[in-house]
Structures are given as structure tokens and as C-alpha cells.
Ligand binder design. Structure first.
Ligand code: ADP
Length: 334
């Protein structure tokens, strides 16, 4: 079947795509979002209208692309995929929009990274299903209005707060995806293992789930690495001991922190005495982009109570110090 075929291709992204739930009822967790979305889609189907525009926000790997694909599938509409950084000129967006058919679903990943002129064109397209295509330059330029058939925009962003208000306001339905609970990740690992035909016992599953950083994409990736380990170093069955050894090898610690998470905590505690320190300074110190620290590492560290955002900067909590095996120094914030 498709997962086994994708694995045969040796392409990790193909495997990830093959593991995607295809229907709303295959999606694990996110009950509230699922119920709300099901209602929006059912109502649109009942009225024979295209559904309202949908904005999905949340850290990477929590299921935004998956939900966009499901929205299209449930509406029986084709999905077109693009991303904010791919739309550098308003013309790029005009080309995409002019090629749309009635009730198509357009998925724009990282929608907060679209250029300003494209963003302004998108406002009009979302509201009036019309864009003005500017032909020529300077005083001779003319704007040609272009009608677009009604479509549904699904935007994804790591942080809804990064979107300008006027854009955010044009979405009829906004959902924020939260990190997953261990029990939900356990179900995701079980589902993926079954599709990949990997034998995993309950303890092995729990071990992978608890180290997955609350993120389905990571759960699936760790499952693949643990599967490799089980296959090469053992009899192929994933047990707690195998999962434990494999994940240690790949430097995923017991709290699920990866190298970047640990680097952020390490710098925060050892170099800056636990903070408060600005996120840009932290990013430079760990040699990463500010966005990566802010949108990838930080949300999880905050979620598990290792890091706090304060008006004066980021602060390590006592739990972070103890996770690093350090004692909280006198005078540390908190
Ligand atoms: P995002 O677009 O938010 O970065 P994706 O939709 O690409 O995340 O999801 C990443 C992977 O995680 C996909 O392969 C998908 O199989 C899996 N996944 C995400 N959310 C769920 C979920 N709720 N249930 C099962 N699998 C999920």
C-alpha cells in the first residue's frame, strides 16, 4: 500500500505524506478544532457554497497542512498549494488566483511571510473575489479588474499574531493548534506503526510518544529512527529498551528536547544566568535565526514550563535548571 511504497522510494517526505490522515475522523486529537471545522464544512455543503476562509495557526508539525488537505478532500475540491515566501510579487499571486476554478481550495503555508503588495491583493481577493492586475509601470500603468471564482483560502502560520489585522479579520474561521498530549501521540505512533507494518509494544510506543515534543511530525520521525535501530541492532520489534537506546543515540532527551531546545536552555542558564535576555540575543548565541528560536524552540519550552516570557526578556524556570543538572543560583530570576 501507499506507506510501504513511499518507504521503498527512500524519500522521508513521501513517507510523511503517506502517513497523513485523509479524513477528519482519522485525525487524532484536536477535538474542538475538528468539531468546529466539521460544522463549517457541513454547513457549506448544505448550502452548496464554498466554505469561509480558514486560518490555521500553531507550531510546525501539528497538522496544518494535513487539515488543509482534508478540507479540500471533504469538499471534493482540488487543493492548490503555495507558500508565503514563494509569492514575492503581487503578480505571482495574480497568476495563481486567475487560474483558480470555482470552489478550489488554495493553501498558503507561512502566509505571514507574503510580500506586502501580494498581501493587499489577497485582501481584495478574499473579500470581493476580484483582483486588480496592474499592467505597465509609472503614469501609463492601468489596473485591470479581474473576477475570480469563489474559492476557499486556507492560510497557515506559526503565529497568528504575526499577521496584519486586516488579513486576520478576513478569515471566517480561525483555529489554533495546540501541542498534543502523550496519550494522543501514543495513538498517532500506533496508527503510523500499523501503516508502516512495524511491530511496536505498548511501552515502546509510550517511550516514543513521551519524547516527541508534543508534535505528530516528530513522533512519526522518531518512530522511523527507532524502527531503523530495532531492525539493525535487534529483531525488529520496538520495545521500551530499544526506543530508549535509539533515542539516546539520536540525542533526543527524556523530555523530548532536541539539540536546539537544549542549546537555548544551556545558553540561557550558563551564559546569561537564567535571564532575562532578549530573544534576538539568545538566537545569536545559539547561532540560529530569531524566527526559528521564537517559533520552533520557544513554544515547546514554554509549554513544558522550562522557559517564561517576561516583558524584560526570556527567563529560565527552576525546572529548566534542574533539567540541565544545575542548581538555581542565588539571585536568578524566579
Ligand atoms: P504542519 O503543516 O502543521 O507543519 P503537517 O500537517 O505537515 O504539519 O503534519 C506533519 C505530520 O504529522 C503529517 O505527516 C501527519 O501525518 C502528522 N499529523 C499531524 N497532525 C496529525 C493528527 N492530528 N493525527 C495524525 N497525524 C497527524
Amino acid at each position: 500500500h501507499r506507506v510501504v511504497e513511499a518507504e521503498a522510494s527512500g524519500d522521508e517526505r513521501a513517507v510523511e505524506a503517506a502517513l497523513r490522515p485523509r479524513r477528519l475522523d482519522e485525525v487524532v486529537g484536536q477535538e474542538r478544532v475538528r468539531e468546529q471545522l466539521a460544522l463549517v464544512l457541513a454547513a457549506a455543503r448544505g448550502r452548496e457554497r464554498t466554505p469561509d476562509h480558514v486560518l490555521l495557526s500553531g507550531p510546525p508539525g501539528l497538522g496544518k497542512t494535513t487539515l488543509a488537505m482534508i478540507i479540500a478532500a471533504e469538499m471534493g475540491s482540488p487543493l492548490r498549494l503555495t507558500s508565503g515566501p514563494a509569492i514575492t510579487h503581487a503578480g505571482d499571486l495574480a497568476a495563481i488566483l486567475s487560474g483558480m476554478n470555482e470552489s478550489d481550495v488554495l493553501f498558503v503555508d507561512e502566509i505571514h511571510r507574503m510580500s506586502r503588495p501580494a498581501e493587499e491583493m489577497l485582501y481584495m481577493a478574499m473579500e470581493d473575489f476580484r483582483v486588480d492586475v496592474v499592467i505597465g509601470k509609472g503614469p501609463g500603468a492601468t489596473a485591470i479588474p479581474l473576477e475570480i471564482p469563489p474559492f476557499t483560502l486556507v492560510g497557515a502560520t506559526t503565529r497568528a499574531g504575526l499577521l496584519p489585522g486586516p488579513l486576520r479579520d478576513r478569515f471566517g474561521f480561525t483555529a489554533h493548534l495546540e501541542f498534543y498530549e502523550p496519550a494522543e501521540l501514543d495513538r498517532i505512533v500506533a496508527r503510523s506503526a500499523a501503516l508502516m507494518e512495524v511491530p511496536v509494544d505498548a511501552d515502546g510506543r509510550a517511550e516514543i510518544a513521551s519524547r516527541s515534543r508534543g508534535t505528530p511530525r516528530i513522533a512519526n520521525r522518531l518512530l522511523r529512527r527507532v524502527r531503523d535501530y530495532a531492525q539493525v541492532r535487534s529483531d525488529g520489534t520496538v520495545t521500551r529498551d530499544i526506543a530508549h537506546r535509539a533515542l539516546d543515540l539520536y540525542e533526543v532527551d527524556a523530555s523530548g528536547l532536541d539539540r536546539l531546545d537544549r542549546a537555548v536552555l544551556d545558553v540561557l542558564c550558563r551564559r546569561f544566568g537564567g535571564g532575562p535576555v532578549g530573544v534576538s540575543t539568545l538566537a545569536v548565541a545559539v547561532g540560529e535565526e530569531r524566527e526559528t528560536v521564537e517559533e520552533v524552540a520557544e513554544p515547546f519550552l514554554v509549554r513544558i514550563g522550562f522557559l517564561a516570557r517576561t516583558p524584560r526578556g526570556r527567563v529560565a524556570t527552576p525546572a529548566a535548571w534542574s533539567h540541565l543538572g544545575l542548581t538555581v543560583p542565588a539571585g536568578a530570576p524566579f
